[in-house]
Design a protein around this ligand. Sequence first.
Ligand code: GLY
Length: 297
Amino acid sequence: MGIALIVHGGAGDIADNDVAPYREGVRVAAKIGWNILAQGGSALDAVQAAIISMEEDPAFDAGYGSYLNRDGQVEMDASFMDGRTLDAGAVAGVQRIKNPIVLARRVLESEHTFLIAHGAERFATEKGMALVDEKEMRAPNAIAKWNECVKNPPPAPLAKHAPVKGTVGCVAIDQSGNIAAGTSTGGMNFKRVGRVGDSPLIGAGTYADNLLGGASATGWGEAITRVVLSKYAVDALANNRHPNEAARDAVQMLASRVGGTAGVILVDRSGRIGWAFNTPRMAYAYLAPDGLVVASC
Ligand code: GLY
């Protein structure tokens, strides 16, 4: 069985100056994930490692670098799904977790599917994960963006504006034909305290099923949630449709049904990859069959 992996680093109105760090960040993440698959590792481990790499890169709106809410604090969301078992794990509104995707994986491995805020953090300590000071998760570029918003509050409703730095995600298939997908985000810049978008919602931000494929979404979370975009994109792989066609179908449906702006990445059960977005840009990277990384933004 052939391996395949694709990552995204967010869809939105990415400024020209930000293109280089985005492209480099997704390139590095894709290579990290690919190396795990190439050594016979699982899709779950590859997705986790690729997303950790982007969570620790302040270019992205996930982990360290997450956008700050109206109180100037991070509130992070993540989800993870195993296409072999349909086990799923998600966390929302966590503030003291260095790598929310790792906590989502711990939830996936537990009897639960979704834990939030303090309860999720308490679960993390029970699983032996260290809690960090929330202030340590505030990156200088996120603080600068927050200060801009304090001076010039963005027009409401905030969520209609495509983010300029992005949610991260990864989908992979391993040598055993198992598919995994994950997504991690700090959500919208200057979001209302307690606001949760699509990223931790199974079916909206993330979906994986070995029978068809896996998906991760990025973009305007409220719109993605309303149409359950990732599940739609995976279902669109039926009848052996190419993932590029399924991704385009999903994004067109999002636009026509709810006027949404977003991107989605896909891997199908044959190891074919696809992506589509209707935002000005989306950062993404994948491994070509010759093992070379193709990164774009
Ligand atoms: N797509 C990320 C969010 O809306 O929170």
